[in-house]
Design a protein around this ligand. Structure first.
Ligand code: ATP
Ligand code: MG
Ligand code: FE
Length: 340
């Protein structure tokens, strides 16, 4: 079946066409530049941008796949989690397309989509797999027995998400929003061992994470440098901060695989674009005999392909379509790949 996927949970308007594990066409419009001067996503601005971008984005996705709406077998849309107004634009559009073209509608989970997208790059996800989901709003370890029907959360952040920590630390260092890419770039010229920042929840036996203590430690380091008039090495602070983040993420991800006898680790979400996370995960997985799968950076950040990929799984599993009364759910739990 040919699936149209629509994504609007945050500040990217995404549309894509997928058949099984094959990505046929994909288009993303982002309002990230409009949010940059506020240092974070402004929900009202994001909703309006989705409204303007929706139809052209779907059009470009269909064109790039060389198909028409009439060729589509089902429409999958992000039902949650995400920003209320942003989700509403995507779900409303998907309902309109589904109703107009007489196609079944599936409201799916954005977080599981971040994992499902790996199938478009590396083929069917082995069952079971462990997924490390690291994004702007989430940091979780998941046991994935089946993308459409059986996803269990093993651990979660108890405070900030990893991407949120990058964004906050970037602001402390005077780097632009979103903070992941500039910190990644600055860290390349720094010494990760120059400063030893705290590793939250290290070795506590849980699969949970904590990044607020790390953020506070960086803030204190920057204040101390200010006060003493010492020169602050942004590359060193960026590298040391980044090392603290990816050290815990990769250690716990490998532990989760071991604890559950799983041989495949998938790392996904916006922070999976991070070069040091990719390198350290590769090194530690190789040492532990675990297969590592990380989608290319374009598929790690928000896009329509991830939603179409999960939609394809849900359709293949024979799950029932969502009603046209499908509601958005801003806090849809990760254990529910299909909303409702
Ligand atoms: P969620 O999926 O939890 O709803 P989101 O969709 O906003 O949140 P994504 O788009 O998946 O999140 O990821 C955005 C985050 O990824 C931002 O916090 C950004 O700083 C971070 N990020 C992007 N590139 C990198 C990078 N190279 N290194 C570290 N972080 C990065
Ligand atoms: Mg975004
Ligand atoms: Fe996301």
């Amino acid at each position: 079946p040919l699936i149209l996927g629509i994504e609007t949970s945050c500040d990217e308007t995404g549309a894509a066409l997928v058949r099984g594990c094959e990505l046929l066409g994909d288009d993303v419009a982002s309002s990230v530049d409009e949010h940059a001067r506020f240092g974070g996503v402004v929900p009202e601005v994001a909703s309006r941008a989705h409204l303007e971008a929706m139809t052209p984005t779907v059009r470009r996705a269909l064109d790039s796949a060389g198909v028409r709406l009439a060729d589509v077998d089902a429409i999958a849309v992000t039902a949650g989690p995400g920003l209320a107004g942003a989700l509403l634009v995507g779900v409303s559009a998907a309902k309109a397309y589904a109703y107009a073209a007489g196609k079944p509608l599936y409201g799916v989970n954005h977080l599981v989509g971040h994992v499902a997208v790996d199938q478009l790059e590396h083929g069917p996800v082995p069952k079971p797999a462990v997924a490390l989901l690291v994004s702007g709003g989430h940091t979780s370890l998941l046991l994935v027995r089946d993308l459409a029907t059986d996803v269990v959360q093993l651990g979660d952040t108890v405070d900030d998400a990893a991407g949120e920590a990058y964004d906050k630390v970037a602001r402390l260092l005077g780097l632009p929003y979103p903070g992941g890419p500039p910190i990644d770039a600055a860290a390349a010229g720094g010494d990760p061992s120059a400063i030893r920042f705290p590793r939250g929840k290290w070795g506590d036996g849980s699969f949970d994470f904590s990044f607020s203590g790390l953020k506070t430690a960086v803030a204190r380091w920057v204040e101390d440098a200010d006060r003493s008039g010492a020169a602050l090495s942004v590359p060193d602070v960026a590298a040391a901060f980044q090392e603290a983040v990816v050290d815990v993420l990769t250690a716990k991800a490998v532990d989760a695989c071991r604890a559950h006898g799983v041989r495949t680790l998938i790392v996904s979400g916006g922070v999976a674009a991070n070069s040091r996370l990719r390198a350290l995960a590769a090194q530690r997985c190789e040492a532990a005999g675990i297969e590592l799968r990380v989608p290319r950076p374009r598929l790690c950040t928000d896009n329509g392909a991830m939603i179409a990929a999960l939609g394809a799984e849900v359709v293949a599993a024979g799950l029932p379509p969502s009603p046209l009364s499908l509601a958005t759910d801003t806090s849809l739990p990760v254990g529910q790949p299909l909303a409702g």
